[in-house]
Design a protein around this ligand. Structure first.
Ligand SMILES: CSCCC(=O)C(=O)COP(=O)(O)O
Ligand SMILES: [Zn+2]
Length: 244
């Protein structure tokens, strides 16, 4: 762990009048996501990469009450994926005692390094969790077609938008006891499914990324809609793929 900036320089990284500053955005968006049931009970969140800096919320705190001064800033250039507790560089550590950066950090890093994403959102939405429960235990992915909201999703999360006639496929990985232990299986699923815009985690939630925070947010909204309707379709015994 290293931190070469003065206290004043560190504060300047997160205190801004600009509502579009990542530290302000993370605080505001977590309040919105809380209302959707995406980040209740401290879990889930969003990380934003702006240029060479990555902005992260603290771990294990009420995400809807985060303030800009609670935000961690890490340089995007790290010698390895920054896992909590292992060697990583910081530009800013909040002065409030006892805070550590989100346990989701290495998973957000997968999106930043493997897809050049500008933002990554992790939700514990019950629509995502229920969808994984309605898939057989050995299912590798969720597929859906012929839904208008598919058009709001980009190939690989960062490419061109899908068409109404494309089939959306999202890998499902198994949950682990500790969030950071999902890092390798998420990376493997991203390798195997390069067109997937998200990774579902069985009995846990979903990771969704985009070129920008706006695209990550709208894609999360489209996907959450698709997860919800897919759950209803499965319960109604309707096929998810095809134009029946
Ligand atoms: C009840 S939350 C369990 C841990 C989890 O799933 C999670 O997303 C934790 O995120 P954090 O940013 O609080 O480390
Ligand atoms: Zn989680």
């Amino acid at each position: 762990m290293s931190n070469k900036l003065t206290h004043e320089e560190q504060e300047a990284l997160v205190i801004s009048d600009d509502p579009e500053h990542p530290a302000n955005l993370i605080s505001e968006l977590c309040r919105e996501f809380y209302k959707l049931g995406w980040v209740t009970g401290t879990g889930g969140g969003i990380s934003i990469r702006q240029g060479e800096n990555v902005y992260l919320a603290p771990s294990g705190v009420q995400k809807e009450r985060i303030k800009p001064e609670h935000i961690f800033v890490l340089p995007f250039a790290q010698s390895s994926v920054p896992k909590p507790g292992s060697k990583r560089d910081f530009l800013r550590i909040p002065s409030k005692k006892g805070l550590s950066e989100s346990q989701c950090t290495p998973l957000f890093w997968n999106a930043f390094t493997m897809r050049e994403a500008g933002a990554c959102i992790h939700t514990h939405s019950q629509h995502a969790v229920m969808l994984t429960l309605l898939h057989p235990r050995d299912a590798q992915s969720f597929k859906i077609s012929h839904q208008e909201m598919i058009k709001g999703v980009r190939i690989g999360g960062v490419g061109k938008t899908l068409s109404f006639f494309n089939t959306l496929e999202i890998p499902i990985i198994d949950n682990t006891a500790v969030e950071e232990d999902l890092t390798e299986s998420m990376a493997a699923a991203m390798e195997k499914y390069p067109d997937a815009p998200a990774i579902l985690v069985r009995r846990h939630g979903v990771y969704v990324w985009g070129n920008t925070w706006e695209q990550a947010k709208t894609q999360s909204e489209c996907l959450d809609y698709l997860f919800e309707i897919a759950v209803k379709m499965l319960l109604a015994k309707l096929p998810l793929v095809g134009d029946n």
